[in-house]
Design a protein around this ligand. Structure first.
Ligand code: ADP
Ligand code: MG
Length: 357
């Protein structure tokens, strides 16, 4: 179980800072998702960790051993780190067994390591097949089995499931997660898919423009996002502007502010405040048909029924539209219905950088 540390890592391509000072710790035996939009530097990060790219500044260590730093660049073959790329990773002319055995010592082959890792990824008995006789999901499992076979200290997965369709992606992800755990491997899963990161990782490092903006548990990034950008990237978010003011009340660590959705309790806010951006999740918006004291009167403008929940769009008195997530609805809501809405639970707020303050 190897712990990976990056401190102030930078990597430029000409004028482009692909990595602009990355700080990240990946605990031994964990799976950390690096989540960020396309072009933010995720692949560059993996390539620097594996040693295929040199870094300009900073330091990369595994269990305290410096692999990259000022005047140090350990070549990839001496780092014991593997990358599983997006697709096309297998040798088409080699059987599944030979693909997995490639690069293994003869002793490991004799000890049955190939069969062992194929079993870990749910492909026991598939060794004799050729890659073209396997589905896309099975081929990705083989690629993961091949990566795990030599017992690397770190497995770097670069959006390995993005070519698979949604249902299959969840299944392969689950099996690969279990295989990493069974093998005690430390992993980084790069993805631009927030659902994938939230459901499979122990930690999530949110990346934007070459830096890690938040490194936290999945619940941490969802419920306590570092800023409004992280909040909107990691889930659905309703952004409510709030003008400067004294607020509606203050108690303990929370304060209440006036928004288009009525009074909203926010965390970590001083009693008087400048213009704010308040962020509410759709599941925090409650709809009542009976009169409720805190409720704002809204009009239903749409209902997207999903069975387990529904996304109801509402027009507020100030003309803005918001979406509420309603669990287990008994039936659709009729467009034009007038309802009461209020916000439950604690919301997050940040000083509005575009406001007057
Ligand atoms: P991601 O994997 O998050 O999509 P990348 O790490 O591939 O992002 O790229 C980060 C930035 O670095 C992008 O602006 C990209 O255009 C640039 N970049 C990546 N590789 C190279 C390269 N070999 N030469 C020049 N620019 C590159
Ligand atoms: Mg990439």
């Amino acid at each position: 179980m190897s712990t990976l540390r990056l401190r102030g890592v930078t990597r430029h391509y000409g004028p482009v800072a692909a990595l602009a000072g990355v700080d990240l710790t990946v605990p031994g035996g964990s799976l950390t998702a690096v989540l960020g939009p396309s072009g933010c530097g995720k692949t560059t990060l993996l390539r620097c960790v594996a040693g295929f790219e040199r870094i300009d500044a900073g330091e990369i260590t595994v269990d305290g051993r410096v692999f990259a730093g000022p005047a140090v660049h350990t070549p990839p073959q001496r780092r014991h780190i593997v990358i599983v790329p997006q697709e096309g990773a297998l040798f088409p002319h080699l059987s599944v067994r030979d693909n997995v055995a490639y690069g293994l010592s003869r002793a490991d082959r004799r000890r049955g390591r190939v069969e062992e890792v194929l079993r870990l990824v749910g492909l026991a008995g598939y060794g004799a097949r050729m890659p073209h006789q396997m589905s896309g999901g099975q081929q990705q499992r083989v690629a993961v089995a091949r990566a795990l076979a030599p017992r690397p200290s770190l497995v770097l997965l670069d959006e390995p499931f993005s070519a698979l369709d949604a249902g299959l992606r969840a299944e392969v992800r689950h099996d690969v997660r279990a295989a990493l755990r069974a093998d005690g491997a430390t992993g980084i899963l790069v993805t631009h898919d927030q659902g994938e990161a939230l459901s499979s990782a122990d930690r999530i490092a949110v990346m934007r423009e070459g830096v890690i903006v938040q490194d936290d548990s999945p619940t941490g990034v969802y419920h306590r996002p570092a800023d409004a950008w992280v909040a909107a990237f990691v889930g659905d978010a309703i952004v409510l502007p709030v003008p400067a003011g004294p607020g509606l009340g203050h108690g303990g660590d929370t304060a209440t502010v006036r928004t288009a959705l009525g009074p909203v309790t926010v965390a970590d806010l001083p009693a008087g405040h400048g213009p704010l951006t308040v962020l509410v999740r759709p599941e925090q918006v409650k709809i009542t048909t009976a009169p409720a004291p805190r409720a704002v009167i809204a009009t239903v403008t749409g209902d997207d029924f999903h069975g387990h929940d529904a996304l109801v769009t509402l027009k507020l008195p100030d003309g803005t539209h918001v979406t509420a997530r309603v669990p287990a609805p008994t039936g659709p809501m009729t467009t034009g219905t007038r309802v009461g809405v209020h916000v439950e639970g604690v919301a997050r707020a940040w000083p509005d950088r575009h406001g007057a303050g």
